[in-house]
Design a protein around this ligand. Sequence first.
Ligand code: HEC
Length: 150
Amino acid sequence: MTRSISTTFIIFAVLLLAACEADRMSEKGFSLPPGNAMSGREAFVYMHCHECHTVVGEELPALTGTAPPFVELGGKVTRVKTYGELVTSIINPSHKLARGYPLEVITNDGQSRMPVYNGYMTVQELIDIVAFLQPHYDVFVPQYNYRIYP
Ligand code: HEC
């Protein structure tokens, strides 16, 4: 009896610990202060993000001597692109790869071809870049053709 109680307790404690451990990695409570989209655009160009990216609705200065950009940012998405997702795409590019591109185009050895800027992009630049990019995503509701059965 005592043994089964202590076993139950141990199992319970282990589950609880596992839950706490998962919680520690939660993005809950994460919040960015408002950014400046204009400065974000400048930082985007200054860091040559447009070497690989077009931004829907933005005319960005052409870069000479580089291959044309191949990953589009912004545009129509079926659900809100949150700033959490954008921040993650920038500081942890391989975490979740952009959808709709062949893997051989966007990855190298299974990792995103996007460089990691964490060593020199300031937090302010990150905030501003996200403020610049976020409004370029346009949420649309896909239209389904319903068939009405009589
Ligand atoms: C050398 C090319 C390259 C450069 C330079 C580059 N990226 Fe990327 N980026 C990629 C590739 C490839 C992907 C798609 C794979 C992925 O999701 O990481 C990507 C994905 C992204 C995504 C996610 C897109 C989606 O639809 O999920 C964002 C946001 C992004 N980049 C922002 C930036 C910003 C901001 C900069 C500049 C600070 C930058 N990138 C510079 C190659 C690049």
